[in-house]
Design a protein around this ligand. Structure first.
Ligand code: PAF
Length: 282
């Protein structure tokens, strides 16, 4: 597995592969790999000739009071894991290589960023869209794989690619969970033992809520109140950032359920802000 840090070198390598008729698959990440990341690599591997994994903790998607400085990292461990999943090239640029001091161009999909994480993380998706566009321009992949845990991010990237005619097939991969149901996340590393033991209640609440919809409840205010109460009793050490029921593509809140909906939640537990979601097809 080759490791490249220079964006120009990545661009050169990818151009050479394309000239040789080879297809490129991309898995963008911020590192500290767990089984969720490795599943994205496993999904992309058979879909391309050359698999590129990018590892870049993108500063422009972090707010001022967020965890940019504390974001966990383990380059040696990540390199070994990426290699074990058949990655051909690991791209690990420095911030100064990705952003010139006078960087002035941004990509944004504000319509889909008004709710869920976009409501409390102003500028987050603008940073995500900009860096993902840059990675697409550098690698020019034919396929890119993103996790469904960040459902809003995935919906925004799909819309961005459609609207800007970027020739890449975006694949969303199912959420990978711990045996007790907690969605895998690099931020789970922030949890103390007590917090980790409580965290599976996030998923349990979502499953109970989905049952309620399957049993016929269609009013989302009633459903959200049920889930707020569920978290208040089963997860007292957590603070709910949001519970939203939205259209899965438009990420717009829904009042009465008449078709597929996504319930998405963000809960703060100790130093971690954890997100999860469930797609409900009625
Ligand atoms: O999902 C992530 O890890 C990041 O938002 C991404 C897509 C790698 C962009 O920095």
């Amino acid at each position: 597995m080759n490791i490249i840090t220079d964006p120009k070198e990545l661009q050169k390598q990818c151009a050479a592969w394309r000239r040789d008729g080879l297809t490129i698959g991309l898995v963008p990440t911020m590192g500290y790999f767990h089984e969720g990341h490795l599943a994205l690599m496993g999904r992309a591997r058979p879909l391309c000739d050359k698999l590129i994994v990018t590892l870049f903790v993108n500063p422009t998607q972090f707010g001022e009071n967020e965890d940019l400085d504390k974001y966990p990292h383990d380059l040696d461990g990540d390199s070994a894991k990426a290699k074990s999943r058949g990655t051909d090239l690991l791209f690990t640029p420095k911030t100064t290589d990705m952003y010139e001091a006078d960087h002035a161009t941004w990509v944004d999909v504000p319509e889909l960023g008004k709710h869920l994480c976009g409501a409390s993380r102003s500028g987050h998706f603008k940073g995500v869209c900009t860096v993902v566009t840059k990675l697409f321009m550098l690698a020019q992949p034919s396929v890119a794989v993103f996790g469904q845990k960040d459902w809003q991010q995935l919906a925004i990237i799909k819309r961005m690619v459609r609207d800007l005619n970027i020739p890449v097939n975006i694949i969303g991969h199912e959420i990978i969970r711990e045996p007790d149901g907690l969605a895998m996340s690099s931020r789970n590393a922030y949890l103390t033992e007590e917090e980790r033991a409580a965290a599976p209640a996030i998923r349990k609440g979502l499953v109970k809520m989905a049952e309620m919809v399957k049993n016929g409840e269609r009013n989302t205010e009633v459903i959200k109140t049920f889930l707020y109460n569920e978290y208040a009793s089963a997860l007292p050490i957590g603070t709910v950032d949001y519970i939203e029921i939205v259209d899965p593509d438009a990420i717009e809140p829904i009042e009465i359920i008449t078709g597929p909906v996504l319930t998405a939640v963000a809960v703060r537990i100790g130093k971690a802000r954890l997100i999860d979601n469930i797609l409900i097809e009625v």
